[in-house]
Design a protein around this ligand. Structure first.
Ligand code: MD6
Ligand code: FE
Length: 157
């Protein structure tokens, strides 16, 4: 993974030598994570509800920033407690190829173009499917410059 990551919400997802996990404080500042803006919280709840996941209440928004050369290898999102809760993903800035696989790392994948403003709601039987980012399309976005920003709203605890 070569994206830069941060979080807002009551917990944040971090990756370091000890592995991947949710923690209460930003390890770079030792401060609590910034609050999740209410407008974003409500947006994510509404998106989940329109996709058929009523009652979603995210406690964290993971923020990934990708440079043009960044990739994210195939992975599962499995550090959350309740896999009945979906993930709401919002793409901003440069476009990306999102690889969408299956239950196993070697399952075949399809590539989905994610562009600025796209919202992906991901849940149900697909919740633990492997997925990744294979390419960021070069460009200079008016809002994000030479980056793609992805927000994923989750219920971690
Ligand atoms: C990304 N997203 O779009 C990476 N995970 O930059 C993810 O890894 C992801 O978009 C779970 C659900 C939706 C996602
Ligand atoms: Fe993921």
């Amino acid at each position: 993974m070569s994206a830069e990551i941060t979080n807002c919400g009551t917990v944040g997802w971090v990756s370091d030598r000890q592995g991947y996990r949710y923690v209460n404080r930003d390890p770079l500042t030792d401060q609590p994570w910034p609050l999740m803006p209410v407008t974003l919280y409500e947006f994510a709840c509404e998106a989940a509800s329109r996709a058929g996941f009523e009652g979603f209440s995210p406690d964290i928004c993971l923020i990934n920033r990708y440079r043009i050369a960044s990739k994210m290898g195939l992975h599962q999102d499995r550090d959350e407690r309740d896999f009945a809760q979906p993930i709401v993903s919002v793409s901003l800035g440069l476009s990306a190829n999102f690889l969408f696989g299956g239950e196993r790392r070697n399952s075949s994948t399809q590539s989905i173009l994610l562009e600025h403003g796209d919202v992906l709601v991901w849940g149900g039987p697909l919740r633990k499917y492997f997925h990744g980012i294979s390419k960021i399309y070069p460009g200079d976005d008016p809002l994000t410059g030479p980056y793609r920003v992805n927000l994923t709203f989750r219920r971690a605890l």
